[in-house]
Design a protein around this ligand. Structure first.
Ligand SMILES: [Fe+2]
Length: 377
């Protein structure tokens, strides 16, 4: 990288990019990695950001590790090349914003099913290995992050394995359904369709929650006599196909805010989100679709027509059998999926099907992956 001092701070040029990126004196003082500027253990900021004189120039000295800056008040800031490079790359990726509501997902995402390659299917590690072997754990986290689901095979139908699985990734999310829950027909604690034996069409859970759980998992303790397979549909693949075939419908589902609700005695949850939520960089981050739980809302007539057309198109794609993955869990098997991406459902069943499961946070999956990739704990 090439660093030049300017009147306002520095400019930095990466080896593979022609643009000179400006860093102001204020920014440099605010982002010191030395012990006075930041706690070396927690990496939490120590410098008083709001006391910095934005016009105060520093004396730059380039070292093999990065920048050593001496300020007129005697303070010193150290900034590493790694920090400057990482921030510069982030800056460049935002400097070329995507077209509004163009489809984009993380680079290493694998969309499924792939019509060009029917063999695209992640492997199914053993639950026991995922729990005890760090390499197998890393492999499982990678599959889950890239495909949006993971099947772990097992032969011990023991409920305690569900807690061990949750602990391995993060912690069980508490909701009105409790923490770890039993899922079996006949349980009447909550009047939700999940506690019946009927077919459940593809949906995401908790459209009524401002922060819908990012992961959901089921450990099979007892298989149904007939049916009861879990159904998964890739919501990101639906988004791609909708964006390709009907960009207006895709844009509508990125912008119309749909309310979701859950109501039972003493509970009235309500949250609002578009079907496709993009993050600050325009990258598709969350799919929310649950027509069972959609709350009443009224749009201006023309917009309403666009919404029903687009939402109907989404439903058509979500219910297309060619997109559906059926997961038949045997006792001891565990299915975990990304509730921000993979729609799930269930075939009708008969017999004493018994699962235990829970919700986990999306951020804890992301955290585990960062730690495994970068080794930063
Ligand atoms: Fe569900």
């Amino acid at each position: 990288m090439n660093i030049q001092t300017t009147a306002g701070g520095i400019t930095l040029q990466l080896a593979d990019h022609p643009q000179a990126i400006p860093f102001s004196w204020r920014w440099l003082r605010d982002h010191g990695e030395d012990e006075a500027s930041q706690d070396p253990v927690t990496l939490q900021r120590r410098v008083d950001s709001f006391a910095i004189d934005p016009k105060m120039p520093g004396q730059i000295q380039q070292t093999s590790a990065g920048l050593h800056i001496t300020w007129p008040d005697g303070a010193v800031s150290e900034l590493s090349h790694a920090l400057l490079e990482s921030v510069a790359n982030d800056y460049l990726s935002k400097a070329t914003p995507l077209a509004p509501q163009a489809f984009s997902v993380a680079d290493d995402t694998v969309l499924w099913p792939d019509p060009a390659d029917s063999s695209v299917k992640p492997s199914e590690p053993l639950l026991a290995s995922f729990l005890s072997d760090d390499a197998e754990f890393a492999k499982g986290i990678e599959i889950l992050s890239r495909y949006g689901y993971l099947v772990l095979r097992g032969d011990q139908a023991e409920a305690q394995l569900a807690q061990q699985f949750a602990d391995r990734i993060g912690y069980v999310r508490q909701t009105i359904f409790g923490g770890m829950w039993d899922l079996a027909a006949g349980l009447t604690e909550h009047a939700d369709s999940a506690y019946t034996t009927i077919y459940l069409g593809p949906h995401t859970d908790a459209t009524y929650s401002h922060d819908a759980p990012g992961l959901q998992f089921f450990l099979c303790l007892q298989r149904a006599d007939r049916g009861g397979e879990s159904l998964l549909v890739d919501g990101f693949a639906i988004a791609r196909d909708l964006a390709d075939s009907d960009p207006d419908a895709y844009a509508t589902l990125c912008s119309v805010i749909v309310p979701g609700r859950y109501i039972e005695p003493g509970v009235h949850l309500l949250a609002h989100r578009p079907v496709f939520r993009n993050n600050h960089r325009g990258v598709l981050t969350q799919v929310s679709y649950n027509n069972y739980d959609r709350a009443p809302f009224l749009l201006e007539p023309k917009q309403e027509a666009c919404f029903y057309q687009a939402y109907g198109r989404f439903a058509e794609l979500a219910n297309d059998p060619a997109r559906r993955l059926e997961v038949d869990l045997r006792p001891g098997d565990l299915l975990v999926f990304d509730n921000w991406r993979s729609l799930h459902g269930r075939n009708e069943f008969s017999g004493p099907r018994h699962y235990v499961g829970a919700y986990l946070n999306h951020e804890d999956l992301e955290s585990k992956r960062r730690v495994l990739l970068c080794g930063k704990g």
